[in-house]
Design a protein around this ligand. Structure first.
Ligand SMILES: Nc1ncnc2c1ncn2[C@@H]1O[C@H](COP(=O)(O)OP(=O)(O)OP(=O)(O)O)[C@@H](O)[C@H]1O
Length: 493
């Protein structure tokens, strides 16, 4: 077989044995290009009978044979692509030289799908590394009080949330109820993080975002060939990925009745069978579900299974919408401004107008909308404060009346000393009025912080204090008149 090795007195059957044990395909041709050896892996992955190929010429059997190229050029052929028996391979071939003479060539090849698999797992690993790097960065830069904490000073919500500490360490199922964006997922994450499953997987799936036909395989996984387009070797579902940890089933009220039955079976039996499979996979997963639907009503209308309802509803957390806990808006604004100051590495506050508008706005998207609006404003702000006009159109749209009202009220409040060009063309008098109006406005915007006011005005400390002294009476009259304004909070971090 290894005709050219005979002279080297190598134990050929031993070598054959070794080459057959190698996972990559190996082929050897003699100097004329006739096959002298094909290992078992090559026979298997090319789907040929090797005895039928031995002695035949590679150029006849293979189109653009990489082995022949190595023979003809006398040079190694690396990372070549070849298509044999309907399969793609990556081939490396090298000429075999003895005493300076090419006496044959050897090639190794890999099924390209193997490489694709490696690439996929490498990509997945990379994604995981990126995720860990981001998390690490986040954890390093954020002060302790900002990490996934549910911020609230609303008493009913606080007493609801105080249950988390008691509920988390148990394995009881949790149902979180509330409108979109109120913080249901945040609560779920807190339950997981305070449980003994912390450090184990925490997997989320939004049952409303995935088409019904895909949800089952997303949840429970599938085996190879389960349906057209199924991946080779199948795929793990979210439940398998969550094994040992927690699964968060968001929008569970949107799951079809048919799938609810399957979910119930999995939860009760604590095992699952992948779609298209037969093997039962044992499960140890804590379930946290969330919905903004009226499940009791759905049960009455036969849209939600009562048995599943009781299975997922071990403990319920109900989170009220933001419009019913207005006092949380202030503390959330502070919290998010602080978060963004870390994220964007700048310090920005919020103007009274923008603050008032957010307080009056119904914020139907709840905390998510408030956060998005503030981030939008934070990024766009050109001054040291988010102005009402920096808020996103989506938040203003539908609330134009509140928007205009706020502007008018604030303008009235902010300008009890309005600067209007008087009929008189007295230059000095008009400049005096303008200076007073600007100083008042800066003091107000900076919440009476003089250093900030000086920065806003862009004048020297000395000229600020000179003017403060000069207009002392007008400014103190203004301050007396606007007690209510002085008491209003303007946040900055
Ligand atoms: N009390 C809170 N304190 C701090 N951040 C909060 C609070 N509530 C919500 N958030 C933030 O608001 C955003 C929306 O919250 P979350 O995704 O938890 O809402 P949800 O109720 O699960 O929404 P949906 O039903 O649409 O999935 C997130 O960025 C979250 O961190």
């Amino acid at each position: 077989m290894f005709f050219f090795l005979d002279s080297l007195k190598v134990d050929i059957s031993f070598l054959t044995h070794i080459f057959d044990a190698i996972y990559d395909g190996i082929k050897i041709v003699d100097k004329d290009g006739n096959f002298t050896f094909i290992n078992r892996a090559a026979e298997k992955n090319m789907n040929i009978v090797r005895e039928e190929w031995i002695g035949r010429n590679a150029a006849e059997l293979l189109q653009n044979s990489v082995l022949i190229k190595a023979l003809q050029t006398g040079r190694p052929q690396i990372h070549q692509h070849s298509f044999v028996c309907n399969k793609h391979f990556i081939v490396h071939a090298s000429p075999l030289k003895f005493n300076g003479e090419v006496i044959g060539a050897v090639s190794t090849h890999k099924d390209e799908s193997e490489i694709q698999k490696l690439k996929n797992s490498f990509n997945n690993l990379n994604k995981y590394v990126n995720f860990l790097e981001n998390e690490l960065h986040r954890v390093q830069i954020l002060p302790l009080e900002m990490k996934d904490f549910v911020i609230s000073k609303d008493s009913p919500l606080m007493s609801e949330l105080s249950k988390i500490k008691r509920v988390a360490p148990t394995d009881i199922s949790v149902l979180i109820r509330g409108e979109s964006g109120v913080g249901k997922e945040l609560v779920a994450k807190n339950v997981h993080q305070l449980s003994k499953r912390m450090g184990k997987p925490y997997i989320t799936i939004n049952c409303a975002a995935i088409p019904e036909s895909l949800l089952e395989s997303e949840l429970f996984g599938y085996e190879e060939g389960a349906f057209t387009g199924a991946r080779r070797n199948g795929k793990k579902g979210k439940f398998e990925l969550a094994n040992g940890g927690t699964i968060f089933l968001d929008e569970i009220g949107d799951m079809s009745y048919h799938l609810q039955a399957k979910l119930l079976r999995v939860l009760q039996q604590k095992e699952l069978v992948r779609v298209g499979g037969s093997e039962a996979i044992p499960l140890d997963v804590r379930v946290i579900a969330a919905t903004n639907r009226d499940l009791e009503d759905m049960i009455k209308n036969n849209e939600f299974r009562e048995d599943l309802y009781y299975r997922i509803n071990g403990i319920t957390f109900t989170i009220p919408p933001l419009r019913e806990r207005k006092m949380d808006i202030d503390i959330l604004i502070l919290h998010f401004l602080k978060e963004f100051s870390y994220k964007y590495n700048k310090q920005i506050g919020i103007s009274q107008e923008a603050h008032e508008f957010l307080l009056k706005n119904p914020l139907l998207g709840n905390v998510r909308e408030l956060r998005n609006a503030l981030e939008h404003g934070f990024v766009l702000a050109e001054t040291s404060e988010i102005q009402i006009t920096d808020l996103p159109q989506a938040t203003i749209k539908g609330n134009e009346e509140v928007f205009n009202d706020t502007l008018q009220t604030i303008n009235r409040e902010i300008s009890p000393f309005p600067f209007t060009i008087s009929d008189s063309l007295d230059f000095a008098e008009n400049i005096r009025k303008l200076e007073i109006a600007l100083i008042i406005k800066a003091l107000k915007r900076s919440n009476n912080n003089r250093s900030k006011a000086i920065n806003m005005l862009g004048i020297s400390r000395q000229s600020f204090y000179e003017r403060l002294k000069k207009y002392e009476k007008e400014i103190s009259d203004y301050e007396k008149d606007t007690d209510s304004i002085k008491n209003q909070k303007i946040y900055s971090v």
